[in-house]
Design a protein around this ligand. Structure first.
Ligand SMILES: O=c1[nH]c(=O)c2[nH]c(=O)[nH]c2[nH]1
Length: 297
């Protein structure tokens, strides 16, 4: 029997980066959480403590802030690709990089040039993987919370001795959407993709489909969302969705002699159903390392 070093990576997680871009008195801010991690010929540090091939996580952090100054951050996908390619091309021992970026949403306060409000907890995300001269981009949205107060049913499920759930033809459907989509055709170049436009359109399609789908299950809604994105966006190969069923239970008001006609609900925060799935083209480009180390959904 021999004991060997398995897969490993290391980096600086959750660098908080805020940039202010000034156009006269009109400011634009970008609020990012950037995580870098590197892979490569790193056996020595694990086996003997020889750090000669270890680009310090502190250096990785500094690189994030210096890059933000040296050229405009731009879209998070471009920034992540620049960082990932830099680490892989500048360090001989480093063969792969993974850069994760979450962009926090700020809106300008109406009529004010340099005041902002964080209106929602929603995040735009990207996960870029660089391996040698190849690259994969998986972008997404997190904490996109939606609710419809009708147009949702759930019935026809098996009943065994433990089943108590009543069938319903009218319930609240609420979820917090995490969606990640894998771009095809990034490869060595950037594929001429307009990251901002795809993000805006995927988000719009997810919201429009949630609203327009008369839901017989959250699973059906999930599939419809993914399908809508793939129908409209040829640059997207695959969509993975993770959607907690944020249960709203009609409160039993009968002890008070009151009828609850789907008007008063208890919003439970846990436990929650967790509905997850992937929707993809059957002729999609190979995913390569795109999803490596990301959550399954
Ligand atoms: O849309 C739903 N899918 C389920 O699988 C499920 N299970 C459950 O108890 N309620 C629901 N709702």
């Amino acid at each position: 029997m021999a004991i060997v070093l398995g897969p490993n990576q290391y980096g600086k997680a959750e660098n908080r980066l805020v940039t202010v871009t000034r156009d006269g008195s009109v400011h634009t801010i970008k609020d990012l959480t950037v995580s870098t991690s590197l892979r490569g010929d790193l056996a020595d540090t694990h086996l003997t403590g020889d750090n000669s091939k270890v680009l310090a996580t502190d250096t990785q952090k500094n690189t994030v802030y210096a890059f933000a100054k040296e050229s405009p951050v731009g879209e998070i996908e471009d920034f992540a690709l620049r960082l990932g390619r830099h680490f892989v091309s500048s360090q001989e021992a480093i063969t792969g990089a993974r850069v994760l970026i979450d962009q926090h949403a700020w809106e300008r306060i109406d009529g004010h040039d340099h005041s902002f409000v964080q209106g929602s907890n929603e995040k735009r995300t990207t996960a870029v993987t660089v391996e040698g001269d190849r690259a994969w981009v998986v972008s997404g949205v997190r904490d996109l919370v939606v609710l419809k107060s009708t147009g949702s049913e759930f019935h026809g499920f098996p009943r065994d001795r433990y089943t108590t759930l009543k069938e319903t033809d009218d319930r609240i459907l609420a979820t917090s959407v995490t969606a990640r989509w894998r771009y095809q055709g990034v490869g060595g170049a950037d594929g001429g993709i307009d990251w901002a436009e795809t993000f805006a359109e995927v988000r719009r399609l997810v919201l429009a489909t949630f609203a327009a789908t008369h839901s017989l299950s959250l699973q059906q809604t999930l599939y419809a969302m993914g399908e809508a994105v793939l129908r409209d966006r040829p640059e997207v190969a695959e969509v993975r969705l993770s959607m907690p069923n944020k249960h709203h239970f009609a409160v039993d008001l009968s002890p008070f002699g009151l009828e609850n006609d789907n008007e008063v609900f208890y919003a439970a925060d846990r436990p929650y159903g967790l509905i997850e799935g992937s929707v993809l083209r059957d002729d999609a480009e190979d995913a390569g390392s795109a999803w490596h180390t990301l959550p399954a959904f």
